[in-house]
Design a protein around this ligand. Structure first.
Ligand SMILES: Cc1cc2nc3c(=O)[nH]c(=O)nc-3n(C[C@H](O)[C@H](O)[C@H](O)COP(=O)(O)OP(=O)(O)OC[C@H]3O[C@@H](n4cnc5c(N)ncnc54)[C@H](O)[C@@H]3O)c2cc1C
Length: 492
């Protein structure tokens, strides 16, 4: 049940926020208010069977019925939406679907590309201007449930809009109210998507932390094997617990450095969200730019690396980890979704290298680099951290060179052919920065006990075992390697 309420809450709050920012006063009073007070749940309906990553191919059609409706210009929607989380249930008395659809032009044709996409509120149950349910059902039909690898607590649905099973107002067609201006649907949806992407990063981090804690407990309790000593193994000696073996410690330290690092990154991003909303003038603008730069990393880095952490948690449990008797297999299954929804890994990588690092002449990248440089300079003053400071300075330079080299030919096909390895390297540099910053904060205000004792080893692990991986990732970016892009289809 916990995952049901967490995921539906996220959807509902994001959904209501999008209506708050872009909706009319009446839409705010009726729809956002009822979502915030928990009476109604929300969904986001972007994906269609033929349009996942490529939202420009959305084919759901919205035709104007009454421009003067009190709840906003009223349309009739027809189309299919795939993968809709919480798309049908009876936990709440109403479901507010936020739907992307296209308004046909004067010739009845849908405008190609994302320019043609508008945003609509489509309630499951018809509502009057006072926000009361009329008792009539809207023409939104559950066409099927998707049987997923994980996230068993959330129903995931295929919805048909306007198939004619229900006839609100005596007619087929799903009743929907335009939010914001026609053609600005993606902008409206991204009000919730940007926050949702950070939410995915946080969910990924928490699943990683859950696996780390479960495998740490297990490793402390499971007796197995004997230590390797100078004189070999003594079979008569009692067994030791798993946590005494170096390889188990390696897997625990890997999880700790990945998951706690990811948590610190998420908290930093949460602080930027606050500053963006509450800061004054330039401070708010700076926070927004940094957040824009970091969003693909905040979403993707934990999704990929905490999945690996969850895999290590299973490994520490041995065969037991592969059974349903222990929770770690569920964490891995639930985690596997995070590289897919809210923009796949590949799409996030293209957003980072294709847009974020080059936008405004690289302003966002320069700002991030200036923040990282402050940490490097401070670390150089601390003898125990100076080496890490040097390593981070080198890593940051390599990102700069690789970014330039990727775009040196000006050909997006070449630049973006290795966007995912670029994002992997970029993410590792951000996490190396975050860990060094944690070390510096600890120098200023030391904590006691295990927290304190773990900070330096986790940082050291990250710098020695993880950060060097970036060289292999950046090598193909820098040389604009076309091995994958040029592989002929028939050669597979
Ligand atoms: C459990 C679950 C819950 C979901 N919840 C919702 C929801 O509530 N609302 C909603 O609207 N959607 C939801 N989704 C849909 C999700 O956002 C999509 O699955 C995702 O956007 C990918 O679309 P797709 O599945 O059609 O894959 P595709 O777009 O077909 O992608 C398949 C693969 O091809 C890659 N690819 C695609 N295009 C390109 C390209 N141009 N260049 C390089 N690589 C490319 C992708 O990165 C991916 O690896 C959910 C999905 C799942 C599985």
């Amino acid at each position: 049940m916990a995952s049901i309420s967490i995921s539906w809450n996220l959807l509902t709050v994001g959904n209501a926020n999008a209506i708050l920012v872009h909706g009319t006063d009446m839409q705010k009073q009726v729809f956002a208010a009822n979502e915030f007070n928990g009476r109604w749940a929300g969904t986001m309906c972007l994906s269609e069977p033929q349009a996942g990553s490529s939202l420009s191919d959305v084919a759901t059609r919205a035709e104007l019925e009454d421009a003067g409706d009190a709840l906003g210009p009223r349309y009739r929607l027809r189309g299919n939406k795939m993968w809709i989380s919480g798309g049908e249930h009876d936990v709440t008395e109403n479901i507010v679907h936020l739907v992307l659809a296209k308004i046909p032009d004067e010739n009845g044709k849908l405008v190609p590309g994302t320019r043609g996409i508008s945003l609509f509120i489509v309630p499951k149950m018809i509502v009057n201007a006072q926000g009361e349910l009329t008792g009539e059902r809207n023409d939104v039909t559950l066409a099927g449930l998707n049987h997923k690898l994980g996230w068993a607590g959330t129903p995931n649905t295929l919805l048909n809009f306007g198939e004619g099973k229900f006839t609100p107002g005596g007619k087929a067609g799903a009743v929907g109210y335009l939010v914001g201006k026609p053609g600005e649907g993606l902008k409206g949806m991204f009000t919730m998507m940007n926050e949702a992407r950070i939410g995915i990063g946080m969910a990924a981090t928490m699943l990683g932390m859950a696996g780390y804690n479960a495998s740490l407990d297990y490793a402390k309790q499971r007796p197995q094997g004997r230590p390797i000593t100078g004189s070999g193994k003594n079979s008569e000696a009692p067994q030791v617990c798993l946590i005494e073996h170096a390889d188990i410690k390696r897997m625990l330290l890997a999880q700790k450095s990945i998951c706690e690092g990811a948590l610190a990154l998420q908290l930093y991003c949460a602080k930027l969200v606050d500053e963006m909303h509450t800061g004054q003038g330039d401070a708010a603008k700076e926070a927004a730019l940094l957040l824009d730069m970091l969003t693909p990393i905040a979403k993707s880095w934990p999704s990929e690396n905490c999945l690996e952490a969850n895999s290590l948690a299973i490994q520490i449990h041995g065969g037991y980890g592969y059974t349903r008797d222990f929770p770690v297999e569920q964490y891995w299954r639930d985690q596997r979704l995070n590289m897919i929804h809210e923009g796949t890994h590949g799409i996030q990588a293209m957003d980072l290298l294709g847009r974020k690092v080059v936008m405004d002449g690289g302003k966002g990248l320069q700002l991030l680099a200036s923040k990282i440089n402050v940490t490097i300079e401070q670390a150089m003053q601390v003898p125990e951290l100076a080496q890490h400071g040097n390593d981070l300075a080198g890593a940051l330079k390599k990102i700069g060179h690789a970014t330039k080299a990727a775009w040196a030919s000006g050909n997006p096909q070449e630049a973006l052919a290795n966007a995912v390895p670029y994002m992997q390297a970029f993410g590792h540099v951000v996490l190396a920065w975050i860990w060094l910053d944690i070390c510096l904060a600890h120098q200023i205000a030391p904590k006691s006990g295990a927290i304190s004792a773990g900070i330096m080893p986790a940082t050291q692990y990250f710098y020695r075992y993880e950060l060097p991986k970036m060289d292999a990732w950046l090598a193909v970016v820098q040389s604009r390697d076309m091995t994958c892009a040029n592989m002929a289809e028939e050669a597979f």
